[in-house]
Design a protein around this ligand. Structure first.
Ligand SMILES: O=C(CO)[C@@H](O)[C@H](O)COP(=O)(O)O
Ligand SMILES: [Co+2]
Length: 220
């Protein structure tokens, strides 16, 4: 069953708990949390105090997507503020194996992702060591961008490898997902779908109605 991971980045920060309560009522399991440092990506989002604050009253699986340089420096902080999954960027780590091991040593699940221009073959050797492979379908840094169609081939390639080797690694897609392209990424083989602007700031539907729309497509 494909799961939806709404991206906090597009939520209404002046009344955040209201949006989170709506997700809870819609039985959302995962919350995608984009952390940006203004260096690895040209944008700054939010950090530990916000994550810690929302952890108190929300039991979503905290799927933290770290768009920060050398995330190894902060793994313990993410554990302390309540991350369940820590996804790191291939390009941001000078010692990727050590970073992966450190996340595991704190009992968290490891996700690995890469920028759209990075050669996917560099990621393949890690599939056996990680819990989640995140396919970026936009340049990381901002919500509300358009889906990059070539991501579909990447998803299919990773799906085939995971199935062939019978690995437990999940596939997540992130960026530009809308109700009208959801079916394509599901058919390509994802397990988890991140969606920010299309769920939190949809012109036609409230958060819960848009989640219902996604669920309908997933169950088709
Ligand atoms: O990691 C990122 C952007 O860098 C994403 O998680 C976005 O926040 C997704 O937003 P939409 O493209 O769905 O609006
Ligand atoms: Co993200």
């Amino acid at each position: 069953m494909v799961e939806i991971a709404p991206s906090l980045l597009s939520a209404n920060f002046s009344n955040l708990q209201k949006d989170l309560d709506e997700l809870k009522k819609s039985n959302i399991k995962y919350l995608h949390i984009d952390v940006m440092d203004g260096k690895f990506v040209p944008n700054i989002s939010f950090g530990f105090p916000i994550i810690k604050a929302i952890r108190k009253d929300n039991d979503f699986v905290f799927d933290t997507h770290l768009m920060i340089e050398e995330p190894i420096r902060y793994i313990e902080n993410f554990k302390k503020c309540g991350s369940d999954i820590v996804t790191i960027h291939y390009e941001a780590c000078s010692n990727l194996d050590e970073t992966i091991e450190k996340i595991k040593s704190f009992g968290m699940k490891v996700g690995l992702t890469f920028k759209p221009k990075t050669d996917i073959n560099k990621i393949i050797p890690y599939l056996e060591k990680i819990d989640l492979c995140l396919i970026m379908s936009v340049e990381p840094g901002f919500g509300g961008q358009s889906f990059m169609e070539d991501s579909l081939e990447k998803i299919k390639k990773i799906r085939a490898l995971i199935d062939e080797k019978n690995l437990s690694c999940l596939i997540e897609v992130d960026g530009g997902i809308k109700d009208f392209n959801l079916k394509k990424v599901i058919d390509a083989g994802v397990d988890l779908v991140v969606s920010g602007s299309d769920i939190f700031s949809n012109n036609e539907n409230s958060i819960s109605r848009q989640v219902e729309k996604y669920k309908k497509i997933i169950n088709e």
